[in-house]
Write a protein that binds this ligand. Structure first.
Ligand SMILES: NC(=O)c1ccc[n+]([C@@H]2O[C@H](COP(=O)([O-])OP(=O)(O)OC[C@H]3O[C@@H](n4cnc5c(N)ncnc54)[C@H](OP(=O)(O)O)[C@@H]3O)[C@@H](O)[C@H]2O)c1
Length: 455
């Protein structure tokens, strides 16, 4: 690939300022993408020139943008992305910059309500040819808001693009330790041999945030934690933890196994707990008396021979005690352990996704010295420490993979379809959320209801 053109729809938004522009400039700086890279940023706002656009984005970004790089590769182009006529000038401009070898990525950093119009306009303007795999289109989650809407979006996309051209992003899949789950599971004899219901007691998948909904009330109030987090990130983690060994590590084989997991999940509807943080109803653009949940807990089962009977406890929420994203695999006691009358703990494997990336293994060990007491100790691997502060962000990995047409870290349609099917079923049993002031109250509720410790 000699030339690369990223065309970003929704280029004045938060995603572009905080994630896409920083990721592109870092890939460029590290020579991971061609010297001849062009970033065409589309928006309806008016700016005097490219520099003024970048200044606006720099002010909006949480960290300073690398303007030295971006000023040479970014062009801002004002247009109405919902207006088909505006695509003629865009097409003309892009054609001036591209040749036969150019790889083109069209990134829809806009809400799903614009997916259809923008995809249709891209296709009907003749900018992208169906089946040309040098031209790809990238969508952000949420991909629909239930099974019906997701199916409808998808069916219409297939009218305009081939599945090979479509990249559906779940940025969690770009995170270092999520990518590492299969490596930890399948490249280590000690884990591969014990990854079964005979030895695994339960699995906890926890994503906690300390912040509220920030300024995303308009979107969040229509969505809630179940659709925003469980449908995508948490179910993706379940499928990576529970999948069988794939035929190969090529994208399609891995996805075939992940899909089988998603097709075998059942949820214990009696376990469901929905919560809403105190003060949520006073957030901007949230409806008065909103019943939208900002917290969800559930117990699920993966009914495959490997995992039958093992509870998967899924929990995610906002305004909780700390920011943490972790998978905890708890193992059964040994037969000797049951006999000894000592305060022994179960072994636990921690796959730490955020804020630290790494793996921890807790086991029992004698307290050093003359006593025979036992203590729980932890072996720890810190991926971020090994990277010496040069840990790549999820979006860098995902954008790089999209330029190379590597699809392992993107979600295939059947994964999305099955996860929405499950969410639609859960929704049927959704109660009014309990209002919580702190995580402590939720912990007590979960312990009382399900006898499980989620602290
Ligand atoms: N931000 C994140 O970290 C993040 C993470 C994962 C997924 N996402 C998803 O990515 C998408 C974009 O998120 P965001 O946070 O960047 O949203 P945002 O800050 O609200 O930005 C939305 C962008 O879409 C444009 N837009 C909105 N309505 C439009 C219309 N009718 N016609 C033309 N342009 C329109 C806006 O342009 P104007 O400036 O002209 O209004 C803006 O550039 C959403 O679907 C979001 O759920 C975001």
């Amino acid at each position: 690939m000699k030339k690369l053109i990223f065309t970003i729809f929704g280029s004045t938004g938060d995603l572009t300022s905080r994630k896409l522009l920083p990721a592109i400039s870092k890939l460029y700086k590290e020579n991971k993408i061609p010297k001849e890279t062009l970033v065409v940023c589309l928006g309806r706002k008016s700016f005097d020139d490219n520099r003024a656009y970048l200044k606006y984005m720099d002010d909006a970004a949480s960290k300073k943008l690398d303007l030295d790089i971006l000023k040479d590769i970014v062009i801002y182009h004002q247009m109405q992305i919902t207006e088909s006529n505006d695509y003629d000038t865009l097409k003309e401009m892009l054609e001036k910059h591209k040749d036969q070898d150019t790889k083109e990525l069209y990134y829809l950093a806009v809400g799903p309500e614009l997916f259809f119009d923008v995809s249709k306009n891209i296709n009907q303007s003749g900018m992208v040819q169906k089946n040309n795999i040098n031209q790809s289109i990238i969508f952000e989650k949420p991909f629909g808001h239930d099974l019906k809407s997701a199916k409808s979006i998808n069916q219409r996309l297939w009218d305009f693009f081939d599945e090979k051209q479509i990249f559906r992003i779940d940025h969690y899949l770009g995170k270092e330790m999520i990518q590492n789950i299969l490596m930890v599971r399948f490249a280590n004899r000690i884990f591969e041999d014990i990854w079964y219901n005979r030895t695994i007691k339960n699995v906890k998948i926890i994503v906690k945030e300390t912040e509220g909904i920030l300024n995303r009330g308009g979107y969040y109030d229509q969505s809630g934690a179940l659709k925003d987090m469980v449908q995508s990130h948490l179910l993706q983690m379940v499928s990576l933890v529970a999948m069988e060994v794939p035929l190969s590590y090529y994208s399609e084989d891995v996805k075939n196994e992940k899909v089988k997991v998603l097709d075998h999940i059942t949820v214990d509807e009696k376990s469901l707990i929905f919560g809403q943080y105190h003060g949520y109803m006073h957030e901007e653009k949230v409806e008065e008396n909103s019943d939208t949940e900002t917290f969800v807990f559930l117990k699920a089962f993966v009914n495959t021979p490997r995992f039958k009977g093992v509870p998967f406890y899924l929990m995610t929420g906002k305004k909780l005690d700390k920011k943490e994203s972790v998978i905890i695999i708890e193992f059964e006691e040994t037969s000797e352990q049951r006999k000894w009358n000592l305060p022994l703990s179960t072994n636990k494997l921690f796959i730490k996704i955020a804020p630290e990336d790494g793996v921890g293994l807790r086991f029992n060990s004698k307290v050093p010295g003359l006593s025979d007491d036992v203590q729980e100790v932890e072996l720890e691997y810190c991926a971020a420490c090994e990277a010496f502060g040069n840990m790549s962000e999820a979006y860098e990995k995902l954008l790089l993979d999209a330029t190379g047409q590597h699809k392992s870290l993107f979600t295939r349609w059947d994964e999305i379809e099955l996860s929405w099917k499950l969410i639609d079923q859960i929704k049927k049993h959704q109660d009014k959320p309990v209002i919580y002031e702190s995580f402590d109250a939720l912990k007590v509720l979960i312990k009382e209801k399900m006898d499980v410790d989620m602290s």
